[in-house]
Design a protein. Sequence first.
Lengths: 364, 308
Amino acid sequence: MVRGWPMHLEIVARGERSKLWTYLSPVLAIVLTLVTAAILFLLLGKDPMTALKVMWLDPLLTKRGFAELFVKGAPLVLIAVGLALGFRANVWNIGAEGQFIMGAIFASGVALAFHDVTAWPVWLAMIPAGILGGAFWGAIPAFLKLRFNANEILTSLMLTYVATLILLYLVVGPWKDPEGYGFPQSRMFGDSANSPRVIPGTRIHVGVFAALAVVGIGWFVLSKSLLGFKLKVLGHAPRAAAYAGFSTGQLTWLSLLVGGGLAGLAGMFEVAGPIGQLTPALPTGYGFTAIIVAFLGRLHPVGVLFGGLVLALSYLGGEKAQILLGLPAAVTKINQGILLFYLLACDLFIRYRLRLVVPGRKAA
Amino acid sequence: MDSAILVSILLSIVSASTPLLLAATGELVTERSGLLNLGVEGMMLVGSVVGFAVTYSTGSALLGVVAAALGGAAMALVFSFLTLTLLANQVATGLALTIFGIGLAAMMGAGFVGHPVPKLPGLHIPGLSELPVVGPLLFGQDALVYFSFLALFGTTWFLFHTHGGLVLRAVGDSHDAAHAIGYPVIRIRYAAALFGGAMSGLAGAYLSLSYTPMWAEDMTAGRGWIALALVVFATWRPGRLLLGAYLFGGITILQFHVQTLGIGVPAQLVSMLPYLATIVVLCIISTDRGRIRLNAPACLGRPFHAAG
């Protein structure tokens, strides 16, 4: 008996997880984010319908814009597939941004070392370098967790700040473009260090297809392999993991090496594709946004693909809104944060349902 | 060493340590209640911009500081509603709070970048404040510095010498038992989270009103995360928090002096010191698994749902 409450809602545990709500929750979260964005625009003195159209529809209407969706989505998807693997295993790699930067740095090292080579495709050699750089940066928190029991959330995040500073050091110091008029950036990579554009008239590059391939491999591993089965069990019943003979060590290494490697690969394709040089502007928060992508995609590779496209659209829409509506750039980040809030809130319905409690009537 | 230089170094250590101490004290209370709020960085940023904006617009630093505390608490309220009422994952919600806070602060602060405000006034006690060395250190600080100590001692007293503190710790160590005895677990956690948010807000206000009396995007530069690490460093005990905060404040200041000494180490590499030190300290403290398990609130990060 609740003291004097009027009619109210009560949260009741479901017997088992609701499959329907697992997929309905992201959709509902996106709708709620759009509604909230509309209210936000109204408060900022903009016509909400126009603003929503500019942000969420216009970017899709041109061939170029549609292609950009994939260019922006590729790094998000690459990183998020790795993060999803870790989150399933309860390994909280928050430092994907740092692993992304290290991948870009290692790849840039190769590009700069062979910057006047034209005889062979340097970008092919940058791929393993990028993966290695990211995996190396991911291996540190894995080692520290297993050897010293240090919390990977905090160590991987601290390493992100360190990676940013290494990047800054390189572009103002040893790797500064000698003909760059003192700007803090590396020289432009040679043509053979740029990953080829695949579809003429767009910026779609090899990395976009690498992301699609990673989604395919991720799907295969998750649904067809023993490892995938283990990961699924882990996601649903963490306590069962110990009995099923999981080794925390293996899962930690796997999550951070794969997560780091994929983030590094994403970093490599950023410098070798859209950017073409190492600059301090490289870290744009993809590593953090990918966390939202992973959750939105239900920690499943195929879901991550959709999540990546939605968040890529939020970036493109944010840019449009800045140019056409004069909205501040921060609107993108706010929208992304709100989306994750709503998603986490809607996820309540996966394990719980609401029950209307009417006073005077005995609760069932 | 020249005493003037010594005093200026000590003063700068105090000002680098104060935001860490404020934020970590708040987070310690939140975590003691069993709630893990990783959104400290986001709450601090919102506090820094709200505190600055209100001070700049009204000309009253007091109003600014109060508004910053409220801003931080409002962020914590969002976190609490999601994790306590809607039972969302605490780690994910904390991250969302930081991502959201970075964006919100950037939007609110866009019009204030580059404008200075007067620094928070220091205490002045005629006679005492003019004393060499101890004068400026003990009797010339601003209100938030004194408050950071007051809050720390108050927290220690509350947690270990009052009934309320005992209940809060009980909720953090065994929410089921506390619930069974009849304590309102959720309400206590709400209160602890709001206190943590308000303290983070104050930490942010200290940065934008005293440390550098201006506002810039991402001006917290990871201090929220370092505050989180400090709570682990302190093994959830307020006394050691003081040591940790001043240790890290010292390291932050050390980097500036290494740069001015001209040892020839690139500035960016020296700037890594606080982050690397955080990692090293975490490793040293955490390697004793028994001690962590003994001191960490047993229900830290676990959702509570009173069945039936």
